[in-house]
Design a protein around this ligand. Sequence first.
Ligand code: FES
Length: 180
Amino acid sequence: MARVTFEQTSFDFKSGKSLLQQLEQQGHCIPNRCRKGNCHSCLLEVQSGCVSEECQSGLSSAQILAKRFLACRCFNVMQDLVVRMPSGVLHRGEVMEKYRQSDGQIFVKLVTDVDDWQGEAYISLVVNEQVYDVTICNAPMMGIIDLKIPQDLESLQRWLTDHCRIGRALDFTGPHLRPG
Ligand code: FES
């Protein structure tokens, strides 16, 4: 049976479940949205071993060359595999402004190290080991994005209200395109 290692933990890969599911069962927090190979938010990188072509379907040749693959499409691991979050995937933003709007949404302005924002994209905020997909509602200038946190992201709203101060750093992945 093949073993998978991610962030210093190892486990036996069980066929029938995706690597994404199995990493989540091990307590890892992997950004994801569509869970079927469309959004590319679950991108991981092979450090040693190899993955099937199916896990790399839809990726660019540069991504394939960099041994990146989609954890949600990885159902088969034939030999021991060491994987990691690709470098440059996790970004950091700093909260510049936040307030609750009259419609109950929370507005957050983030200054970030990313400057190639695309329309209709979203980011995956990592807060307290939870991942929240949040749509970018505006990118007013290079390196700055506006987010609106809807009421249904209740725990994120609570955290932003009770614990997040101006200047607080937030980790995120993306921008991701909406799944087709
Ligand atoms: S969650 Fe894997 S590609 Fe969308």
